[in-house]
Design a protein around this ligand. Structure first.
Ligand code: AFP
Length: 325
């Protein structure tokens, strides 16, 4: 089916928005590298069962999780496309224990932190999954080392995620703008389909794993029951898919700390920081329940954090119940 109407391709958007404004010439190349990688991952995800790419590698990653074969494949794909862009000095990845420092051999001024395939437990059951990217710029004259990857979320210059669902959508955020591009399977091009995304004022949905309610502390239990009383629940179990719905339709996602996981389950650098950046550029908010996600000074590449994310006023009211503020 041919694409209808005059639509802006991601290439044109990056060209017009970024490359013509010299200061971010390299950033455009990083975004196009993410788009190219996601095209390859989308194909692998769609074909996985037909080419025996489902199942696990039998390895355990730094998170202590069994690695899915598609986790490993997507990690390699994105490391390759980002390295080939010639603009990336270092990569931090959920599936790779230590940072990939490229500066010596490639140069580049951007630092990319990524979750190459989020929602692994949904891969084998054809439920929406995604990829998440936070993009920082190295400081002038900085020689990149492991600590260069531990910059605050508020220092991101851009963030992006891709949802592999009923359609494949790439959402891109830079200071003050959030746009969405849908992959045309025939041409392999991304076309702008969602311009100037703002989280709607209405908040019909809350997304949380209700199965964890039994291990929440008292104030957090009260906060979740407040959401339960007010909103309709939607929970896919893939952060990207739950966030994407809430970004377009309004909603709040909550994966708070609990008595077993004081730091929550989700990862700060390549899940909470990038999506927190997208949410804030779209008029939303992101908190731990006690502080703004983007203000957290990172300690480790794979550190975890509680995450409350979505409509600003609903995040604030939820935080005030959790923190007793
Ligand atoms: P996996 O990548 O291990 O499936 O984890 C997905 C995830 O990081 C995030 O995408 C979900 O929101 C969350 O974990 C789901 O966690 P629960 O299975 O505990 O609800």
């Amino acid at each position: 089916m041919p694409v209808t109407g005059k639509r802006t391709t991601l290439q044109d958007y990056v060209q017009s928005e970024w490359q013509n404004k010299n200061q971010n010439r390299g950033l455009g190349a990083v975004i196009l590298a993410i788009a190219e990688g996601s095209r390859q991952v989308q194909l692998q995800v769609q074909q996985a069962a037909l080419v025996d790419a489902l199942g696990t590698t039998g390895e355990t990653n730094v998170q202590g999780e069994i690695v899915q074969r598609l986790d490993e494949a997507s990690s390699s794909i994105f490391v390759k496309t980002l390295s080939d862009s010639g603009q990336v000095a270092a990569i931090g990845c959920e599936e790779i224990e230590n940072p990939v420092i490229l500066e010596e051999e490639i140069g580049g001024e951007f630092i990319v932190l990524m979750d190459p395939l989020d929602g692994s437990s949904n891969i084998d059951v054809a439920v929406s999954i995604g990829s998440i990217f936070g993009i920082w710029q190295k400081n002038a004259g900085e020689t990149v080392n492991n600590d260069s990857l531990l910059k605050k979320g508020s220092e991101q210059v851009a963030a992006a995620y891709v949802v592999y669902g009923s359609s494949t959508v790439l959402v891109l955020a830079a200071k003050g703008t959030v746009c969405g591009f849908t992959l045309d399977l025939e041409s392999g091009s991304y076309y702008e389909t969602h311009s100037n995304i703002k989280i709607p004022a209405d908040c019909p949905y809350y997304s949380t794993n209700e199965g964890n309610s039994k291990v929440l502390d008292e104030s957090t239990k009260n906060a979740i029951s407040m959401l339960r009383d007010k909103y309709s629940q939607r929970y896919v179990g893939s952060l990207v898919a739950d966030f994407h719905r809430n970004l377009l339709k309004g909603g709040i996602f909550a994966y708070p700390a609990d008595i077993n996981r004081k730091d929550g389950r989700l990862r700060l650098m390549y899940e909470a920081n990038p999506l927190g950046f997208v949410a804030e550029q779209a008029g939303g908010a992101a908190s731990t329940g006690y502080e703004r996600i983007l203000d957290i000074p990172p300690r480790e590449l794979h550190q975890r954090t509680p995450l409350i994310l979505g409509n600003k006023n609903v995040v604030e009211s939820t935080v005030s119940v959790i923190s007793g503020g």
